[in-house]
Design a protein around this ligand. Structure first.
Ligand SMILES: [Fe+2]
Length: 127
């Protein structure tokens, strides 16, 4: 069973799937179950380049990855920045190599939000 907002990866081909609608089935790719990505421990090595940094100005939220700017090269880049509230994705931005590893979101209410990002090499990180 999947849950909205979960992110799964195929350990064979590298496909990554974000759940937009939950269901009772199991996600399968390359003939095996996809692996649910857990957030990285924020004390883990590499945290300076991965843990999202939020700054707020009224209802405008700027998310930068991370406190030392993450690379945005073809082989190693940030794929996705998401805003979560109560563990649900409420906003997201897809990023591409060559762009800045940051996103700006306009929210009605910034209370209790968190930011999550997915690095193509180092996985999922949340602030
Ligand atoms: Fe990375």
């Amino acid at each position: 069973m999947t849950k909205i907002g979960e992110i799964y990866k195929c350990e064979i081909c590298g496909n990554v799937v974000s759940v937009a609608q939950e269901g009772v089935g199991t996600l399968v790719c390359c003939n095996q179950n996809m692996k649910l990505l857990e957030k990285q421990n924020i004390d883990k090595e590499g945290k300076e380049k991965h843990v999202p940094v939020l700054s707020m100005e009224g209802n405008k939220v700027t998310v930068k990855v991370g406190s030392i700017e993450h690379p945005m090269e073809e082989e190693h880049h940030i794929v996705l920045i998401q805003i979560l509230k109560d563990n649900k994705v409420i906003k997201e931005k897809r990023l591409y190599p060559g762009e800045k590893p940051e996103a700006i979101f306009l929210l009605e209410n910034t209370e209790g939000i968190k930011a999550r990002e997915f690095c193509n090499l180092h996985g999922l990180w949340i602030n």
